[in-house]
Design a protein around this ligand. Structure first.
Ligand code: 2UW
Ligand code: S6P
Length: 623
């Protein structure tokens, strides 16, 4: 197809049976690879799903394996060294009487984590009676906290403008751009700005791919690819004028879903180095031992969290049932409420969930998340996020088909929790909770009676002075994130939204998702990249014959057309597998029990060319 050159983002489709041999997977960015552990994610039952997701999360802490293709990992010497170097520069900003600034920026999940981290460390400073020194930027603005805005990530100009706005008049800024895939144009624009003003900015890139796998397709309307920006930054590393903190953590359990391991690794990396910067601030030198001590507490958190695997599987099963006809409401106390909101919001772009399907609420609403733009409740029906909003607007219509999950610690107002639990129980018996206790704290019997199923985590007391309380807070947040990522991803897998370990039903709302859709098509159908792109466009435009005008549109143009369509990828998969028109494919998808069922039934169509990648399909359980 003419003009397909612009789609040359990844290699051609290997010949049948050659996917593994051709090194196809090796050439893919780690953040986009399919994880062998979850190859049969879509055939797993709840307890198997928890084990698979647990093992994928454990890869975050895996040491560098010298005799394999090795990329540096979380505990690698080079990563620890870079964390220490950045911590020292943050410490200088904290000491700067002129008022230095640490800016954390990201898109999607990475932006929400920027907000969470900025709040955490401003709170730490407040506890020391010091002025706030952290601020965050998220693509799409604060509305992205509650309503996923995936397209703003494609604009490098807006990224740079937002950074200039936040840093007006500042002379000493550590800028931390978070892009797990080393791929967001919004972040590339910000890093480029920093590198043009190194007298003011220290640019730091945080992600989970080696620079050699940074995204390299052209950023439309801009002068560089993300990889070119990353390579310029890499050149500054030696002179400590810029840093790249990018340990490999292994592919995501659900291919490309960087909210999961990418988000968890981001939180671990930045909380560890910023905590050490603050300790150094009180004259404790930055040492590798200090970094390791804190990193090990996150590894322990993985153990404590997944010791509850049986109950996590039960919560996943209940969630999948509730999502058939009802909703899941997540009510969290303190920052665990923000973690709940993040998990709820991410179901939209990941599984094309409706905003009503999974919703998060937090005690105190916008006051407690201290976002820049204040109370957003008036922006739309999905924006009210306080417990009062839940009781007033949602609870009256809660029924037995809905599930409610409370998330709190034993330092929260237990009588308030009990009261809310009692109100919920009048509407549905499907109420569960995740509770976090410190060794020696116990749930009151009255609460245990009110809430039958409790996932109770008990955390060892940490004797790390002041920041010890922050490590407790960080562990509980990460533990809650792991459980929610596992429960939501598992529930949607059980509902047939995942095929093998690929998301197969996401809205194509930015250029990365366009490339992901094209890649999933290649992988599932074994057809050529050219053929896959052709059918993807037919599905986006709903036409079998594509005009020259359509063919020559930019990817941004195709994304614009796709944003208003649903099921574009499933329809393209069925059309390719059955070699039928997209209209016929759409009616088949619409009449199937699930997306996965529509794909499975198309795999066995007689006389079709098969790639080695495709299972015979017969062993698959139909869902
Ligand atoms: C794993 C898989 O092969 C696959 C999925 N997604 C992709 C991609 C998704 C998004 C891209 S991309 O936006 O071009 C990109 C994104 C990040 C990055 N570092 N480099 C490139 S490639 C690829 Cl290359 C393979 C499969 F099977 F899903 F198709
Ligand atoms: O951090 P990255 O790789 O730049 O990705 C930024 C966003 O695309 C990403 O967070 C997306 O919103 C999530 O749905 C991924 O699971």
């Amino acid at each position: 197809m003419r003009g397909t050159r612009k789609y040359q983002h990844v290699i051609e489709t290997p010949d049948p049976g050659k996917w593994e041999l051709a090194g196809y997977e090796e050439s893919l960015p780690i953040s986009e690879k399919s994880n062998p552990i979850t190859r049969e994610l879509d055939k797993s039952d709840p307890s198997q799903l928890v084990q698979l997701l647990r093992d994928c999360d454990a890869e975050i802490f895996q040491e560098e394996d010298a005799n394999l293709i090795h990329y540096h990992r979380l505990y690698s010497e080079s990563v620890l060294q870079t964390m220490g170097d950045i911590a020292k520069r943050v410490q200088e900003v904290l000491k700067d009487p002129e008022g230095g600034l640490v800016v954390l920026s990201g898109c999607g999940t990475s932006g929400r984590l920027a907000l969470l981290l900025a709040n955490s460390f401003n709170l730490l400073l407040k506890g020391q009676h010091r002025a706030p020194r952290y601020c965050y930027i998220m693509s799409g603005g604060d509305r992205s906290i509650v309503s996923a805005q995936e397209s703003p990530e494609d604009d490098p100009h807006v990224g740079a403008q937002e950074l200039e706005k936040v840093c007006e008049g500042k002379k000493n800024v550590v800028f931390v751009g978070i892009s797990c895939g080393l791929s967001a144009p919004f972040i590339a624009g910000q890093l480029d700005l920093c590198m043009r003003h190194l007298d003011v900015y220290l640019p730091v890139l945080v992600g989970c791919n080696p620079v050699s796998m940074a995204r390299n397709d052209p950023i439309e309307g801009w002068h560089s690819s993300f990889r070119q920006v990353a390579e310029r930054l890499q050149a500054l590393h030696e002179s400590h004028k810029g840093f790249i903190l990018n340990p490999a953590v292994g592919p995501e359990a659900v291919s490309g879903s960087s909210r999961m391991k990418g988000g968890s690794a981001t939180k671990i990396l930045l909380e560890t180095l910023l905590l050490v910067a603050h300790k150094a601030d009180s004259n404790v030198p930055v040492t590798e031992k200090c970094l390791l001590e804190i990193l090990r507490t996150y590894e322990r958190a993985h153990k404590v969290t997944y010791s509850q695997s049986k109950k996590i599987a039960a919560l996943m099963k209940q969630t999948a049932t509730s999502l058939q006809k009802g909703h899941l409401y997540i009510l969290g106390w303190g920052t665990l409420g923000l973690v709940g909101i993040m998990a709820a919001v991410e179901c939209g772009p990941t599984f094309q969930a409706d905003w009503r399907d999974v919703r998060g609420f937090v005690t105190g609403g916008y006051d407690s998340i201290e976002n820049k733009e204040g109370d957003l409740s008036s922006l739309g029906p999905e924006f009210p996020i306080s417990h009062e909003d839940f009781v007033r607007n949602v609870l009256p219509s809660v029924s037995e088909t809905d599930a409610v999950l409370l998330i709190f610690t034993l330092d929260d107002e237990l009588n308030q929790i009990e009261k809310l639990a009692a109100l919920v129980k009048e509407k549905t018996s499907n109420i569960q909770c995740i509770s976090h206790a410190t060794a020696g704290q116990y749930l009151p019997n009255s609460l245990k009676k009110t809430i039958p199923s409790i996932i109770g985590m008990t955390w060892p007391i940490l004797f790390l002075e002041y920041e010890g309380t922050f490590i407790q807070k960080f562990q509980r947040e990460l533990s809650t994130k792991w459980i929610l990522d596992t429960v939501t991803s598992g529930a949607y897998a059980l509902r047939g939204k995942i095929f093998r370990n690929f998301m197969v039903d996401f809205k194509i709302t930015n250029s990365k998702l366009f490339h992901r859709a094209a890649s999933v098509l290649q992988r599932v159908t074994g057809q050529s990249q050219q053929r896959c792109t052709e059918v993807l466009l037919q599905s986006i435009y709903g036409e079998q014959t594509l005009s020259e005008q359509i063919r020559n549109r930019t990817i941004a143009g195709h994304v614009g057309a796709a944003a208003s369509q649903d099921k574009v990828l499933p329809v393209a998969i069925v059309s390719l597998l059955r070699n039928c028109a997209v209209q016929e494919a759409r009616s088949r998808v619409d009449s199937s029990a699930s997306i996965r069922a529509a794909i499975e039934s198309s795999l066995n169509v007689p006389g079709r060319k098969r790639g080695a990648e495709e299972g015979s399909g017969s062993e698959g359980r139909s869902r």
